[in-house]
Design a protein around this ligand. Structure first.
Ligand SMILES: Cc1cc2nc3c(=O)[nH]c(=O)nc-3n(C[C@H](O)[C@H](O)[C@H](O)COP(=O)(O)O)c2cc1C
Length: 372
């Protein structure tokens, strides 16, 4: 499994793990892959602590970070809007619908001292501090999602010897990223958890590999076992980029109620919905997504209005989902179609070992076919 990209980054396996959980990122890097911490939703001080913790855990093993850098969002023509301007754009009808949805499900209000997660940040300038902070650490890779990285981020990558990646859901995205100067492209198909386009991984990966050669490509979306890893290499990818498979690991900080829902879910139980971030993102179907899909209810707002609107409601649901049936029905999270194969809690190391052993078995089977 020693692809050129794996050799360049000093990896034992070309397995790239996207995660919002530092324990998962560290465990993947320790097991020979590359843990990539999603930094969206971290405050600067918290992020610094997380990166320092990962570095203390993994020693000189490589790791990376990922940012959401959307090019199109409400106010993007002005480099973003302040909180007051965003609030003024949230219709009263949406606030009323959300209040009623939570009331119908009996979800209690937050206690007065409850803290909300940090604000969803968009725009290059709004995230400059974050990008400068991560470059003060020993990252080996930085990835940009929802748009190409700015030129100054590519320059910082070159200066620090850090590979710059970008996620692509179409060939056009991939070409744009390469024109911007990225070192590798993550071709992420429709099956994926999180923000996703409409082209399947099976179709997208070879298209992108051909379109951007010789730039290396990672396959993403619906990959959770060694057969899918081997298939990705067969499609021309230099490795895999997975997100969902880590969400049911021992190390993952997935909400316990949602983890149980993931373990029970089938591959038909996800939906692409704008109800959490304002852009289409694959997540587990729940009473939350059903309500936002219902044509008699308001449509989700565009990014970043929707995350601003639902931030408190989501905190209320998560705080009480373990004891309140209504909150439990609403609870969900981003996950891809591979959720149907996530039926047991395993350690990250076990997942990595299974990737490797199933890859070896599959290669043996294919060798026998070729020889026979
Ligand atoms: C819970 C979750 C959160 C995600 N958040 C982000 C994110 O902040 N930035 C990003 O680039 N990708 C994000 N993604 C997408 C992953 O980077 C990755 O492309 C995707 O999970 C691959 O498909 P898979 O879920 O089938 O493995 C997220 C995915 C999941 C499951």
């Amino acid at each position: 499994m020693q692809t050129q990209l794996a050799r360049d980054l000093g990896l034992e396996f070309p397995v790239f793990a996207f995660t919002h959980c530092r324990d998962v990122a560290a465990a993947v890097s320790k097991a020979g892959g590359l843990g990539v911490l999603g930094v969206a939703g971290h405050s600067l001080s918290n992020l610094k602590m997380e990166l320092e913790w990962i570095e203390s855990e993994i020693g000189d093993k490589p790791y990376g970070v990922d940012l959401l850098l959307p090019t199109k969002f409400v106010g993007s023509d002005r480099g973003g809007l302040d909180a007051e301007a965003l609030d003024a754009r949230i219709p009263a009808e949406h606030r009323k619908f959300l209040d009623e949805l939570l009331a119908q499900h009996g979800v209690p209000a937050l206690p007065p001292d409850a803290k909300l997660a940090p604000e969803f940040s968009v725009g290059y300038e709004g995230q400059r501090d974050v990008i400068e902070l991560v470059f003060q650490h020993r990252i080996r890779l930085i990835a940009s999602a929802l748009g190409p990285p700015p030129a100054w981020m590519i320059d910082l990558g070159r200066e620090h010897g850090v590979k710059v990646a970008a996620l692509a859901g179409t060939v056009e995205h991939a070409r744009r990223h390469v024109e911007a100067g990225v070192d590798l492209v993550v071709a992420q198909g429709y099956e994926a958890g999180g923000h996703t386009g409409t082209v399947s991984t099976m179709v997208l990966v070879p298209e992108v590999v051909d379109a951007v050669a010789p730039t290396p490509v990672l396959a993403a979306g619906g990959i959770g076992n060694g057969r899918q890893l081997t298939a990705s290499l067969a499609l021309g990818a230099q490795g895999i980029w997975c997100g969902s498979v880590w969400l049911t690991t021992e190390e993952a900080e997935t909400h316990p109620v949602v983890k149980q829902k993931f373990l029970a879910a089938t591959s038909s139980d996800t939906v692409r919905s704008r109800s959490l971030t304002g852009k289409p993102a694959r997540q587990l179907r729940s009473a939350w997504t059903d309500a936002w899909e219902d044509p008699s209810n308001p449509d989700p707002l565009p990014m970043p209005l929707q995350p601003r609107l639902v931030r408190e409601a989501q905190a209320r649901i998560q705080r009480t989902a373990h004891k309140n049936e209504g909150a439990q029905q609403l609870a969900n999270y981003f996950v891809g179609q591979i959720v149907g194969s996530l039926n047991h809690v395993k350690s990250v190391r076990t997942v990595m070992e299974e990737f490797a052993s199933e890859y070896a078995d599959t290669m043996e089977r294919l060798d026998a076919l070729a020889g026979g």
